[in-house]
Design a protein around this ligand. Structure first.
Ligand SMILES: O=C(O)CCC(=O)C(=O)O
Ligand SMILES: [Fe+2]
Length: 353
């Protein structure tokens, strides 16, 4: 088969190729041949579950025993896995189903409808795929809609779908609700490290960034050859991920652990910037998405990142003789991260002292 240039492939959607029966996947998507790392399936994978409802009465300065136990569980989860499944977050299961449903409806629309919000191959926002990666890097077997949500004055509404009609309203509501959850999580993370509860919120700043990414992972005839999303760590502060089917895997102890499907939960996953702020105590885990030959998968991801141009670094109280400073103060780390990501590499070393 003749090689199709990457730019041409990226101007066409994976979903389109699957619907047109243009499989097996073209070469730039083939990245798994000979992949030998062990995979641990969902029932056996013990991704920690944390009940956020135990933290919401956080005004009290002396946490009760149950809260204290959950804080310890949180600290241990983030120091080993770098992620946890959040329950008790205050967002109803009906609403989570609603956003999953509207995401599916969005992607199931005809291609012309989605292409109304298409991004250029070098842009971030809008409907399409990631910008063209560095030469020799693989392409992801997925399609996305990527939107800046907060600060509100940064929204580019031209990319916000008008169909399904309920889409914008549901995204607005989901963003407001996840914003509240990130406040609870940020405070709980601080308390779990015996820090002042607002310290991370202050580091993220008043104009912290929320980007929403809606992912559509088409089924693939050869899931053994492609990945929905290549292995990477997030360049964010942290990320929340709502899924409707299994497919996300987190690397721990040199094994891929599948994140189990829990309809009432979403995954909270540390990005590199939380690893920096906690002086390396919390881990930003490598993760990836595998595809299935039987069903497609959607996920709704919110990237939560410190405000643009704001310097941040390890909390002073986490630097001591036993744990010397590991990271410098940095700013706009997400940009550095992106440059490395496009070459299939991590950027965390650039922040090391
Ligand atoms: O779709 C998922 O489950 C994970 C998405 C992800 O890791 C990302 O968008 O960075
Ligand atoms: Fe990610």
């Amino acid at each position: 088969m003749a090689e199709v240039p990457t730019e041409i492939l990226l101007s066409k959607r994976v979903q389109e190729m699957v619907l047109n029966d243009e499989e097996p996947p073209p070469t730039p998507y083939i990245c798994r041949d000979g992949d030998t790392v062990e995979e641990v399936s969902a029932p056996l994978s013990l991704v920690p579950i944390i009940d956020l409802s135990l933290f919401s009465s956080s005004s009290s300065s002396t946490p009760c025993t149950k809260q204290q136990e959950e804080l310890e569980k949180l600290r241990s989860a983030l120091s080993s896995w770098g992620c946890f499944q959040a329950i008790g977050h205050g967002i109803s299961s009906e609403f989570l189903d609603k956003i999953r449903q509207v995401t599916r409806e969005y992607f199931e629309q005809p291609m012309e409808e989605k292409k109304k919000h298409a991004k250029g191959v070098e842009e971030f926002e809008g409907y399409g795929a990631d910008p063209v990666p560095a030469a020799g890097q693989f392409l992801d077997w997925s399609d996305r809609l990527y939107l800046q949500v907060y600060p509100k004055d940064q929204r580019k509404l031209v990319f916000w779908p008008e169909r399904p009609e309920s889409f914008r309203g549901i995204l607005e509501e989901y963003s407001l609700k996840t914003k509240i959850v990130t406040e609870i999580v940020s405070k709980a993370m601080a308390k779990s490290l015996n820090l002042e509860e607002n310290c991370f919120l202050n580091q993220f700043g008043e104009r912290s960034q929320y980007q929403a990414r809606f992912n559509y992972y088409s089924r693939c005839q050869r899931p053994d050859l492609v990945l929905g999303l290549k292995p990477h760590a997030d360049g964010t502060g942290y990320t929340t991920i709502l899924q409707d089917e299994e497919g996300l895997q987190v690397l721990k102890d040199e094994q891929w652990f599948t994140v189990p499907k829990l309809s009432e939960a979403f995954l909270v996953l540390m990005g590199d910037q939380m690893e920096i702020m906690t002086n390396g105590i919390f881990k930003s885990p490598v993760h990836r998405v595998v595809t299935s030959s039987e069903r497609e998968r959607i996920s709704v991801v919110v990237f939560y990142t410190p405000e643009v141009n704001k310097e941040f670094g390890p909390e002073d109280d986490l630097i001591n003789e036993e744990r010397p400073r590991l990271f410098k103060k940095v700013k706009d780390y997400a940009d550095t991260h992106w440059g490395y990501y496009q070459q299939g590499q991590r950027a965390l070393h650039t922040a090391k002292v």
